[in-house]
Design a protein around this ligand. Structure first.
Ligand SMILES: O[C@H]1[C@H](O)[C@@H](O)[C@H](O)[C@@H](O)[C@H]1O
Ligand SMILES: [Fe+2]
Ligand SMILES: [Fe+2]
Length: 284
């Protein structure tokens, strides 16, 4: 049998361009999604203040909006497209499965990391009417700490000039209200799907390992995991977790593509992982 024309590879291939044929995470050049993404970051940077983040914690961490299982949430998220993303305009369930399947190819034995891929963006459910239909700027996009100066490494940092915290002397010094080495856990991050999902996992007693919690909580903190900004706030635990965040990011970012995963085909495998690490029904 002739097999020479079948190119198969055992490792997942990192693509060189996104679904629109451009490099990933280009925010400053003309691109298909530029105006949507630009406007997204303008409103995000103006409105994400320290007090707003605290208000949103108060509003959403009671987890009194809905009861459902992890897979139900994946399906519910299907109708939403992320306006902050220059690299993808597919429904979210595809992004979740693309991430998880790419990880699975390279780390066949780390089932917890497959499931982390599947669930990492489920916090975007805050866009749904049952959760108050939060605006995109309060749910998606990169995250950053509040209560200290905004770093230039944050995407579109020019828009922070109109953020009320920018001129608040309590918050606008280098370290603001924090001490170096205090640990990332002490930082109040801009509100969004990362922190929400981290808390959902924690408050519903997921048995996933600490690495999974860390990855989900900080996967949008590009200023840190890509540029090293704010690393002065890390403690030993954070430094131990960090390599997993770097590994995860490769699959989260570069698996975005127009080649879609067949949902029904992989569903039984992911249902078995959900069953292993989560209760049947969670509070959201
Ligand atoms: O546009 C994307 C998207 O919203 C992702 O879910 C988030 O994790 C990224 O940080 C962001 O750049
Ligand atoms: Fe995300
Ligand atoms: Fe993602």
């Amino acid at each position: 049998m002739a097999t020479a024309d079948v190119i198969s590879s055992d490792v997942w291939q990192v693509p060189t361009s996104n679904a629109f044929g451009q490099p990933f995470r280009l925010y400053d050049v003309e691109s298909t999604r530029r105006s949507i993404v630009d406007e997204f970051y303008r409103t995000n940077h103006i409105n994400q203040t320290y007090s707003f983040a605290l208000e949103m914690r108060e509003k959403h961490l009671k987890l009194n909006k809905r009861r459902m299982g992890i897979w139900d949430c994946c399906e519910l998220l299907n109708e939403h497209v992320d306006e902050s993303d220059p690299d993808l305009d597919e429904p979210q369930i595809e992004h979740l499965l693309q991430t998880a399947e790419a990880i699975r190819k390279d780390y066949p034995n780390e089932d917890w990391l497959h499931l982390t891929g599947l669930i990492h963006d489920l916090g975007k459910i805050l866009l749904h009417p049952d959760f108050g239909e939060e605006p995109q700027w309060a749910v998606v996009g990169d995250t950053f700490p509040l209560g200290c100066a905004f770093d230039d490494a944050i995407v579109h940092s020019q828009y922070f000039k109109e953020n009320p915290d920018y001129n608040n002397p309590l918050f606008n010094t280098k370290n603001g209200i924090y001490n170096e080495g205090c640990g990332l856990d002490k930082l109040v991050m801009s509100w969004g799907h990362d922190e929400y999902m981290y808390q959902v996992m924690k408050l519903n007693n997921s048995t996933l390992p600490p690495q999974a919690f860390f990855v989900i909580r900080y996967h949008s903190f590009y200023a840190l995991h890509r540029a090293g900004a704010y690393s002065r706030f890390m403690n030993d635990f954070d430094r131990e977790m960090m390599p997993w965040l770097h590994t995860f990011n490769k699959y989260d970012l570069y698996s975005k593509s127009k080649v879609l995963v067949n949902v029904e085909e992989v569903k039984p495998y992911y249902l078995s992982l959900i069953d292993k690490y989560f209760p049947i029904e969670l509070r959201w």
